[in-house]
Ligand binder design. Sequence first.
Ligand SMILES: C[S@@+](CC[C@H](N)C(=O)[O-])C[C@H]1O[C@@H](n2cnc3c(N)ncnc32)[C@H](O)[C@@H]1O
Length: 247
Amino acid sequence: MVVAQNIYDRPDFFAGYSRLGRSVAGLGGAPEWPLLRTMLPEVRGRRVVDLGCGFGWFCRWAAGAGAASVRGLDLSQNMLARARAETPDDGVISYAIADLETLELAAASADLVYSSLAFHYVADAARLYAVIREALAPNGMLVFSTEHPIFMAADNAGWRDDGTGGKTWPVDHYAVEGARVTDWLSVGVVKYHRTMATTLNTLIRCGFAITRVEEFSPTPEQIAANPSLAEEVHRPMFLLVAARRQA
Ligand SMILES: C[S@@+](CC[C@H](N)C(=O)[O-])C[C@H]1O[C@@H](n2cnc3c(N)ncnc32)[C@H](O)[C@@H]1O
């Protein structure tokens, strides 16, 4: 079993992450959120689990949308400390430390399992999907975002000068799955690359019916409001998946 890196508890990484737009503004600073939100089932009255909940932005949104309970799980003490500090004690939201590599959840204990941008840190996705499937009640949904495999295939993925005054994003050894080490906010950040086919087929094999797949690209309105998003149309950064537990 792979030991999780817990990069969010490294001081330099945490300081940099805390300054990102999405860390300061929450869901309103996450350009993929409007699309991801449309992939969610009704949360009113439902039991929700948020895997890799970070600062708890989605937990608070789900509670505000009427969820019966929201359980936020994360590996990082730093992330959970801020989540707790910013969450009113409403009796709906609870947080706990958990490692998605070794996660255990009670059978049929959730109606919606949600995760935003945490699964690419997990080496054993098949184990995780199987645990989630057993934790979902019949017809329960898994909705998640993850870094897109085109975005993360290359080592030290990033824009390169294309030699003609433009820039390009390499997609190297796409079919070679496994660890990718990048320097983002800190040196030596480890993520796990899986092809699109592997992600979708593993979900199917683990007992999910995939109901929707999106590759986030900003809308013209989003680009007009935030021109720095324009480069996101050249390659997909995020993969968004909604899947239903098969009977
Ligand atoms: C990019 S942040 C996303 C946070 C939050 N979901 C959001 O969208 O605002 C990724 C989160 O995943 C957590 N994480 C990374 N590896 C993890 C693991 N093995 N188990 C649990 N959480 C993990 C990190 O600590 C961090 O809070």
